[in-house]
Every structure is written in C-alpha cells, then in structure tokens.
Design a protein around this ligand. Structure first.
Ligand code: SF4
Ligand code: ZN
Length: 735
C-alpha cells in the first residue's frame, strides 16, 4: 500500500484526536460533565460510538471514555519512507478519526448559534448545513437503502474544480439513485456551496444532503450507515464486526475527494475504508490496491472529475439497475410476441434482405465507456419509409466477473430484449437476424440508437452480476458491416469449435434451453455436446455458462438418467424433464430421430429437416435460402408450420452444426439419409461434411446430395439420387 497515504491518514488522525481533546477540555470547563449532549431526535446516541462500542453517550462527561478509546487506537506516525505492509494501522487511525469526529460534532450542538439548521430540506436562501439526520429522516430514507431504491451514497468531500462540474457530478449520482452526502471545504468553499451557487435544490428530498463545512461532518455519512445497520440490519449496538460487515455487503457507498486532500481528509478516507467504502480522489494521493477490506481497490487517484463517478461505481462493485428502459415506446414482455407486417414497417435490417448481425464480446474495463451508444452511418431520419439498411450490432461489455464463455449467453438475449420494445421486431440471432422498426414507433421518435439503449439497460438489468459496463456500436454502412461480420463469424466459429471431441456419452448431464418459450410455449431444446440448440447459438458449453450466471434461468442441467435407447437418443431423465418443462404437454424426446418423438421446433431454428417420402430420404433447408424446396414449402412456410413448439414426426428444426454431428438422425441411418440441401448450405459446411462423409465410407456423399440447381421437386430428387447412386437407395424404408 501507499506509504504516503498511511502516513498522512495517521497524522490526520493524531491531529483530529488532539483537537477533540482540546475541545472536550473546553466544554468540560464551560459546561461541566453533566451537561446533556446529543444529536437531535435520535435514539441511537452518538451513532458511531453506540454502534461500534455500545456506548450510550448523553453527557459531556461521557465523551471522555470515547476520547480515551480514540487515543488508544492511535498508531505511532510512521516516517514517510517506512513501508507498511498491511492496512491495520491505517484502519485503526480511521476508527480513531471517526470517534474524534463524533466528539467534535456532538459538541457543536452546544454552540450558540447552532451551526446547523434542524430541517429535512434546505431553504432556498440562507444557511443550508443540515448536520446529523434525526430518526424521522433515518427511518424514511434508511429503508431505501434496504429495499434497493437507493443502492448507497457518495460522500463528497471538498470542493469540485468548478460549479459546472459540481452540478454535473451531482446529477450523475442522482441518476444512479445514490444519495450525495457533502462535507468539508477547501479554502472556505465546498461542493454544497457550489450547488447553492448554481441554484440546485438541496435536502434529503433531492438526495443532495449537505452535512457540514467542517471535515469532521464527514462522520455523519458514516453515522448514517452505522444506524442503517442497527435499525434495518438487526445488528446489535457494540457488535462492530457485524456492523462493518453489513455495510460492506449492503451499502454501496464510496468517498469522492475533490481538490487538495489534507491530512484530516486522508484520515476520513481511512475511516471509510473500515466500512468497505473506497475513496476516489481527483488529486494524486497515491493508491491502496486490493488487500481485502473493500470489494476491490481502497483508494484510487488521480482520476479526472468527469470519470470519478464511473470509477467509484466500478471499484465499489455497484450494480446499476435501470428501472426504465429509456426509449420513446413502451417496453415489456407483453410486446415480445408482437409481429410487424411488411406494410407497417418503416425500416428493416437483415432477414436475408441486407447484411445484418449481432455480436457481443468482452473488452477491458478501461476500453468500455458505459452507456456509450453510437450509430456509425445513416440513422432512421436519413432514410425513407420502407427502406432497408445493413446493420452490425457490436456490443462491447466489460466486467470484473465477465468470462468469454458468457458472451454467447448475453448475445442470444438480444432477441428477447429488442422484442420487448413496442413496435420493434427481432428474429433470429448471430448473422441471420432480422429486425423491423414499425412506422408507428418511428413516429414516436424511435431511433436506431435506441436498439443500443435497450441492450445497455437490459444487460445491466439481467446480467448485472457479471457485466459492469456496456457500450454499443451500431454500424449501418455496408462496407463496415461486411468487414465486421468477418470478425463476428470468426468468433461464432470459434465458439462452435470449442465443443471439440466432447461426446454425448462422455457427459452425464445435458442442458435444457427454454428461452424460446416466450414465443413457443411448449418448446424445449435439450442441448447435448453433439446436438446444439436449434438456433445454433447455444451449445452445451453455452448452456453450462448460462446456468453458472443464473441457476434459475432458462438453462437447467438435465441429468440423462437411465438410457432407454442409444441409437434414437432417448433417456429417462430427459423425458422426465421434458414433461415438467413443456408444461406437461410432451413426455418423450428422441434426440437423434426425425421420425419418432423428434424434438420440438421453434421459430429461430437455423435449418429445418423434412422427410421426402418418395426418396426414402430427408432434405434440410437453411434459413438463408429463400427459394422453393422439394417438399413443396419454402423455409418460411416450413417454419410457420412446425416452428411453434410442436413435435411433428417427419420434421425437425436443427442447428447447422448438427448436420455434421455423428448423432445427426442416427435413428434413421445418419448423414446417409440426407438427399437434398440448398447449394449455399452445401458450400458452407463442405469441409467438415466431407470429413464426416469419409468416416461413413462415402467421401463423395456431398456430390450425391441434390440441390436446387439439379432438383426442385421430389421426383427430380429421386432421379438425381438414382443417377448418382446415393446410398439412401440401400437404406431400410423410412416409413
Ligand atoms: Fe434456446 Fe433452443 Fe431457443 Fe436456441 S432455439 S434459444 S437453444 S430454446
Ligand atoms: Zn427459438
């Protein structure tokens, strides 16, 4: 830790304890030991000495033992060059400081005139320092710390570089629902003076609370925290360990130090560290990096004023909850299933019409500016009704607990989140997404940038435990989108590859995915190492990561249980799970079959396989192919027919990757059943497909499989199969 901070904090503590001693001596002389002393209207005596030591101080005389305690805690002042390997001394000095502060502040209430006004809110003119909060305020405001309405407070010490900065910082903290406790001046002026100058309304009501201009008034912030633990945390007076622990875990508070930080202010920071409240300083006062009391760093400096709030939130581990998504249309699950018809669409992206994708990736905390949303290229106002634009949604996240494995989990939720906006439609995922903004939403002021606002808000909301910062870049120029798509595709590929040689036999637990139940109420994907979710976004690892993030979320472990059929892919555990999670509609899944109890299909599948009875084989078509298929239906019609969460023998939705799995339609003879695929899909999976085909002893299988260039009807497929001598001709009948 920084030698300098320790030295200065300890020196500051010595000064304050000496001052307390002096002032107490004077008070004893002037009033005698029996003079009543108290903070107004409170049953908590002087809250720090009461909460930490169980003392019940109500007379000047009873301040003496507190002074003794403070003196006993004072460590010797270390020479500036001495290395202090642990925080203990600094912490003791911090506690001594708070006791001294409390003595000095208590004696202020004996002064005439009183330096504080006994009100809840500051009058618009005249004095505004409020001093300690009474129990009425405490009960009203403290509860907000418990129910989460206010996550914590910022103790702002000193004077901001300018009035504008003071106002900006106050607003920034207010937006985060934090209380702003102000104390201590620099050369006669403090942040509260600056807010007063700017005409900002102060008081408990606006959460901008000026405690006092003296540095010792900082103790009222910690006194408030101590009382919160006593009255709401069930902590007994005197149980200092539990009190401090309660504060560390429950009250998201921190100190912002502006301007020059003198010894006495260093000492206050040391006091706050005892509670797990870190300090961020504008000027360079050194650093105390993680050593175990605060969640992360204890003291960080120098930080530019405009970054201090973000930094404090980061190091205090404060999770931002955005209760209202800031967009001009309604938002909520009620709008999730809403469709936007072509004629109601103002602007659209993707859906095979333009290049479009969404990609979430992790960056360093330093590289992400929370809530920065940029549209690079035309905005909605630059296009005309009915236009289509390319779109790259690049979501950059950072967080102390973030892992690469979580990226696909977050990314997959973009679908639900965007759909919750009224008049906005989202379909698909990765590079096969499709987004529509309705005319009505455009008229209400919805912009492309709002897609980013939704993602920012919902990521914080749902993934607050792992995500600290979210920034979104929305590119709408073709060249940019094409270039970035390469990057995204490389990442999708890498995620898919991760599953490597893991097989279904090697694990005893599969994972469920019920994310799509909001659209297809009975749909359940059972995801195994060799069978990805049908959207292609969720493989076994992704589901596992998702369960790690939220063990009550849409991805649950499914113990395989007893095996019923190895070839069809049926297990007792899977069936039992299915029964419960399909709302008792389905009771049987054969993971490797299209004919017997195949898995259900929802609207976001990458491919749909269908039997072609005349051929004794199976075709599969990918979403990107918009032409007619030999089963007489286009992809869109097929999706509309089977995609609502039904189990329909003869049809099954699947991820592209499943085609090259050894478990692909194993029950029906595997890859050799495949008789037709669109040419683009053949091209896309060629390399891996050929490897799989070689393993099956038919290395040129892909050439034997018909596509739209050689066969468009079932009859034409049959003719082609015969011409190529496709192995399906020798397989047992499908039906
Ligand atoms: Fe989950 Fe399946 Fe929907 Fe993909 S398709 S999100 S795996 S339920
Ligand atoms: Zn789906």
């Amino acid at each position: 830790m920084s030698k300098l901070i320790a030295t200065r904090a300890i020196r500051g503590a010595h000064k304050l304890v000496a001052r307390a001693e002096r002032e107490l001596e004077e008070a004893l002389k002037k009033y005698g030991p029996d003079k009543k002393v108290e903070f107004p209207n409170t049953g908590y005596f002087l809250p720090i000495s009461h909460g930490m030591l169980g003392m019940e101080i109500d007379t000047v005389g009873k301040l003496k033992p507190l002074l003794k305690k403070a003196q006993s805690l004072l460590p010797p002042i270390p020479a500036e060059k001495v290395w202090v390997p642990y925080l203990g001394h600094t912490m003791d000095a911090g506690m001594a400081t708070l006791f001294a502060d409390e003595i000095i502040e208590a004696l202020k209430y004996l002064q005439d005139p009183l330096p504080y006004i006994l009100m809840e809110n500051c009058p618009e003119e005249g004095d505004f320092w409020l001093g300690a909060a009474d129990d009425v305020i405490m009960r009203k405001r403290g509860i907000e710390f418990v129910d989460g309405t206010a996550p914590g407070f910022a103790a702002c010490v000193g004077k901001c570089p300018s009035t504008e900065v003071a106002v900006k910082i106050a607003r920034e903290l207010q937006e985060k629902n934090l209380y702003i406790f102000m104390s201590a001046d620099n050369n006669g002026a403090s942040m509260a003076d600056q807010l007063r100058e700017a005409g900002v309304q102060m008081g408990w009501e606006t959460r901008l609370v000026p405690f006092g201009s003296d540095v010792t008034a900082t103790v009222h912030a910690l006194g408030f925290a101590t009382r919160a633990a006593l009255s709401f945390g069930g902590v007994k007076a005197g149980d200092y360990a539990r009190n401090l622990k309660y504060n560390k875990n429950r009250i998201f508070a921190f100190v912002l130090a502006f301007g020059e930080v003198d010894d006495e202010k260093h000492a206050q920071a040391a006091g706050a560290i005892n509670y797990g409240f870190p300090t961020v300083s504008e000027t360079d006062i050194g650093r105390i990096l993680p050593t175990g009391i605060c969640t992360y760093e204890h003291v960080v400096s120098p930080i530019a004023p405009e970054q201090m709030v973000a930094k404090a939130i980061e190091i205090r581990g404060l999770k931002i909850h955005i209760s209202k998504v800031p967009i001009p249309v309604s938002f909520g699950p009620a709008f999730e299933g809403e469709r936007i018809r072509g004629e109601d669409t103002y602007l659209e992206f993707g859906g095979n019409k333009t290049t479009s994708f969404e990609y979430c990736y992790t960056k360093d905390l330093k590289e992400v500016q929370d809530n920065k949303i940029e549209v690079i290229g035309p905005e909605i106002d630059d296009v005309k009704e009915g236009d289509k634009l390319p779109l790259a949604i690049m979501i950059e996240v950072a967080g102390r607990e973030m892992q690469d494995d979580f990226e696909p989990v977050l990314e997959r939720r973009v679908h639900n989140f965007i759909n919750e906006a009224q008049g906005i439609f989202h379909m698909g995922q990765r590079d096969i997404n499709w987004i529509r903004i309705s005319k009505e939403s455009k008229a209400k002021g919805f912009k492309i940038a709002h897609l980013g606002s939704i993602i920012h808000a919902k990521f914080h909301d749902e993934f607050g435990a792992i995500v600290d910062k979210v920034q979104v870049k929305l590119y709408t120029k073709e060249a940019d989108v094409l270039k970035l798509r390469e990057k995204a595709r490389a990442a999708y590929h890498q995620r898919d590859e991760r599953i490597g040689s893991l097989t279904d036999e090697k694990v005893d637990t599969f994972y469920s995915c019920t994310l799509c139940q909001s659209f297809a109420p009975t749909h359940v994907c059972v995801v195994s190492p060799e069978r990805t979710g049908l959207c292609g976004s969720y493989n076994w690892f992704t589901c596992k990561a998702s369960y790690q993030i939220n063990n009550r979320g849409p991805n649950q472990p499914v113990p395989k249980g007893d095996m019923i059929d190895n070839v069809k892919g049926e297990w007792k555990g899977v069936n039992d799970f299915l029964f419960e999670s399909s709302r008792k509609v389905l009771n049987r899944f054969c993971a490797y079959s299209i004919m017997e109890s195949p898995m259900t299909t929802c609207g976001c599948c990458e491919c749909i396989a269908a039997i072609l009875p005349l051929t004794n084989g199976v075709m599969t078509v990918s979403r990107e192919f918009s032409g007619m298929t030999p089963c007489g239906m286009k992809f869109s019609t097929l999706a509309g027919t089977v995609g609502g969460g039904q189990q329909m023998p003869g049809f099954v939705g699947h991820g592209k990757r499943y085609i090259i799995s050894k478990k692909f339609l194993l029950a029906e003879g595997g890859i050799k059943r495949l008789v037709w695929m669109p040419k683009m899909l053949k091209e896309e999976i060629k390399e891996t497909f050929n490897k799989r085909a070689a393993e099956e002893g038919v290395p040129n299988l892909l050439d034997m499989i018909a596509d739209e260039t050689v066969a468009q009807t079932e009859e034409e497929v049959v003719a082609y199969l015969q011409k190529m001598n496709h192995p399906v001709l020798t397989l047992p009948p499908l039906m």
